[in-house]
Design a binder for this molecule. Structure first.
Ligand code: ACO
Length: 381
């Protein structure tokens, strides 16, 4: 007797979440983003409190170690950071090979790769080795960013000063002088706010690369590439292009009419996670306000406020961190093309914290896809 086998039930349609929207892919103990309460915690601390009371070095230490440093730990970390600031000769040589027309994000990406290729311990993925690499990259990147902006301006390299904190030295290496405390403080706040934001695109990129058991430098190099795009870190640069394009507050309405008619995305607005406002914006806006007052640029405030009010009124979409940080970096004196590399110098702390977290509890990240191409066919003999 032969029974006909029942035909298999059709496979259920796969549940595709394009852009991984709303998908929780893993746990993390590094930061908590809560869009309901508009809050962002680094290792449990509200980011606003860290920005008000701590310097970026302390926040970097917190992200890696899970606790703020005590006085001795901070002194030790600061001494190591100061000792690692100088632009390494082979990194400088590699940068000098690149045309000044190269995007600064491509320069930073290349510099990270050169630093990795020159580290004899690059393949050592032990927690101690990865922590040492993270701290060394943190110390080394400001000189890369500063030197690249200077060479574009036809200026010479400025050697670091070891009597200055991270932010004051970063600005010194870029501009050849230490600016007013208003500028240093605003810069430090921006570094703290950009440092970490859970599973954003660049951090996830770093975690994917780490999940293959590749090395930390490869993961950071890939993360720089992901950050470059204007839907992510490249938005701080793009915001400044928008400000330049509009020119002045009285031109906001016609500009916005035309931009929305063309279905343009307005850079610096919107966020995948925050739908009612980005938790970091009020703190960065306060820093921008201080810079506007210091540099006596009410025109920047007028343009900023008018564009925000008009866009929120029309679309109900709120600014993200890149909206205040773009004009803030401009008022500090940075070239617009340098803005996203500044984000790299900060976010390298969060990336490397996530690389270490991924490595400590690894599973290869390898999702599935649903095939929608042509049906099976055969090569003709
Ligand atoms: N300008 C105009 N419309 C927007 C914007 C914007 N900035 N942001 C969202 N929208 C609209 C979309 O067109 C879409 O409208 P529709 O439903 O009519 O098609 C709707 O709002 C939903 O937007 P999505 O792009 O689908 O939402 P998503 O979560 O993918 O977008 C993103 C998030 C990519 C950040 C988006 O808001 C955007 O492109 N913003 C501009 C770029 C930017 O500022 N990026 C910085 C991110 S924060 C950071 O990296 C620090």
């Amino acid at each position: 007797t032969t029974a006909t086998a029942p035909s298999p039930a059709p496979a259920p349609a796969p549940d595709i979440r394009k852009g991984l929207t709303g998908v929780v892919v893993d746990v993390t103990a590094i930061s908590k983003v809560n869009p309901e309460t508009n809050s962002l915690l680094y290792r449990g601390y509200p980011v606003q409190e860290l920005a008000a009371a701590k310097r970026f070095e302390e926040v970097a230490y917190l992200l890696w170690h899970g606790e703020l440093p005590d006085a001795a730990e901070l002194a030790g970390f600061r001494a190591a950071e100061r000792a690692g600031r100088a632009l390494r000769p082979n990194v400088r040589a590699a940068i000098d090979l690149l045309p000044t027309t190269a995007h600064p994000m491509d320069v930073v990406r290349t510099a990270v790769s050169v630093i990795g290729a020159s580290d004899p311990a690059a393949a050592d993925a032990s927690p101690e080795a990865n922590l040492a690499k993270a701290k060394s990259l943190f110390a080394a990147l400001p000189a890369v960013v500063a030197y690249d902006q200077r060479r574009r301006r036809g200026q010479d390299l400025v050697a670091p000063r070891d009597d200055l904190d991270y932010s004051a030295n970063f600005l010194y290496m870029t501009f050849g002088e230490v600016p007013d405390a208003t500028v240093v403080d605003a810069f430090d706040v921006s570094m703290i706010l950009y440092a970490e934001h859970s599973f954003n695109a660049s951090t996830f990129t770093a975690r994917v690369i780490t999940s293959t058991l590749s090395d930390l430098y490869s993961a950071v190099t890939g993360a720089v590439g992901a950050l470059k795009g204007p839907l992510h870190g490249g938005a701080n640069e793009a915001v400044m292009h928008v400000f330049d394009e509009i020119g002045s507050a009285d031109r906001v309405v016609p500009w916005l009419d035309a931009a929305l008619a063309e279905k343009r995305k307005i850079m610096g607005f919107g966020h995948r996670v925050y739908k009612r406002g980005d938790s970091r914006v009020p703190t960065m806006k306060a820093a921008l306000d201080a810079l506007i007052a210091y540099s006596d640029r009410p025109d920047v405030a007028a343009l900023y406020d008018t564009l925000e009010a008009e866009f929120v009124a029309r679309k109900g979409i709120h600014p993200n961190l890149d909206y205040p940080s773009g004009p803030a970096y401009h008022l500090m004196g940075f070239d617009t093309l340098t803005f996203t590399p500044l984000f790299v110098a900060s976010r390298v702390t969060g990336w490397t914290a996530h690389i270490m977290e991924q490595a400590a509890s690894n599973a290869l990240i390898r999702p599935l896809s649903a095939y929608v191409g042509v049906d099976e066919r055969h090569v003709r003999a």
